[in-house]
Design a protein around this ligand. Sequence first.
Ligand SMILES: Cc1cc2nc3c(=O)[nH]c(=O)nc-3n(C[C@H](O)[C@H](O)[C@H](O)COP(=O)(O)OP(=O)(O)OC[C@H]3O[C@@H](n4cnc5c(N)ncnc54)[C@H](O)[C@@H]3O)c2cc1C
Length: 492
Amino acid sequence: MKDFLVIGAGSAGCVLAAELVRRGAGSVLLLEAGPSDRHPLVQTPMGLIWVMGSKRDWCFTSTPQKAAGNREIKVPRGRMVGGSGSINSMVWFRGRRDDFDNWNVPGWSYEEVAPAFEAVEAALKPSRLATPHPLTTGLSSVFPETPPTPETESSGVFAYNLVGGRRNSAARAMNLGKLVELRTDAHVDRLLWDGDKAVGAVLVDGSEIRVSKGVVLSAGSVASPGILMRSGVGPKGDLEKLGIDCREGAPEVGENLHDHPGVGLHFEGAGSGYGLEAAQWLNWALAPFKYALSRTGPFASPTVEGGMFFNARGVDQAPDVQSHFIPFHLAHMGPRFQKKSGYFADVCLCRPKSRGRFSLASKDPKAAPLIDLGLLKDPDDLETLAAGLERLRGLLQAADFGTRRAPEVYPSAAVKGDALKEHIRANCGTAYHPVGTLRLGGPVSERLSVRGVENLWVADASIMPSVTSANTNAPSMMIGWKGAEFIAEDAA
Ligand SMILES: Cc1cc2nc3c(=O)[nH]c(=O)nc-3n(C[C@H](O)[C@H](O)[C@H](O)COP(=O)(O)OP(=O)(O)OC[C@H]3O[C@@H](n4cnc5c(N)ncnc54)[C@H](O)[C@@H]3O)c2cc1C
């Protein structure tokens, strides 16, 4: 029998599992619902455009979002070893120092999380993208003083957890194979209990796994609260309606769900970004060979290559929006792949005010959950996005795009004011950074244990009280590392 069971081999789970063993806390069995990450498209940066929507993506959708045109929004989540960190664009940001200070949770100030970031970065080796498209390079002239950071207005090429032009996910970087027993295709339904103690898990196929020291939920912001609820920990009324015995009433489980809302501008013109226009056909034919031989060309691009942080209204040096820049033609209507060239830039809110809620539709672990992102529920979010898009247009004029500059075709520069807000309601999505459903200080203690039960911890993006101001992969790994630190001490 192993000492610990870690559920979910994603960004946080891989770091946590490896670090628990490295610290001598005990042996670990790591369960992953999906398959391995051994697939060339997972390792190739541009491959993510095909991996999204494949069997390695949970392909969730939100509930209809009332303030966003009643649309159901895509919620992709990685379903393989490496989790969402095996499907993502690999953009690397810690977040802003005061993101962590503002959490106001003992043990989680920036000073206290910085060593965990340093440890994770020693393994993941993030670095600035080696061969960005010339359009992305041109972004640095918008705020020439500072490379991109959420701390201040800044622009340019982002940093990535890519090593040798290949994805360096937590699964790859943490030497998992040597440290933990990893079981793929192991979809967990619910936890096993001995009194108030978590002692293992029941898989969807009915098999049971028991461990001696405890269980860690690292299944991500969408799955971790679902497993907890199916195990009888959650809002009592909701559980009873679904026929689940409530062992611990925890009204906040699933609350506080939020993500970075985002909406973009599409630019289109011959000779601008990567695209399937006739002039680039030869390049595309050679692209796989170029990538194989020199790790350059479009296949070496993680699609998002850089961007900016800025203040939407231009009134402060403190950014309240992030822009992701993709030097590829993204179709805004019609077929996905078109014989055109272009580029795309979005605006995402760093600190959205809207909150949604995660709940179960059924106790069947295979049933899709109810993911209410609460998109644009708070009117301030819409106002800031609209201001941000207007300012983005002006800032892009200062980018050194040279002859590659192309006109905005969607929604088009003429769409402003109320029409732009209407456009946002009809098109807003998210940056795929859901967090908050098991927040620190709520259902989960500052040392990551689940309140009201024993030998059960959570370590993944779900514990963030509020989302960090930039992309969430590095913070999720930091949480995995901190989790190992706490659990190794507390389970001893
Ligand atoms: C398409 C996409 C692009 C993104 N781009 C970026 C980016 O460029 N930079 C960035 O910083 N962030 C990015 N993110 C977000 C970032 O990847 C996530 O915030 C981070 O990976 C979350 O880590 P986690 O450990 O909380 O969850 P995950 O990494 O999602 O891990 C959860 C794991 O648990 C497994 N699991 C779920 N349910 C069960 C179950 N019942 N039984 C067993 N296993 C289960 C899942 O299959 C998964 O492997 C992106 C996300 C997506 C989806």
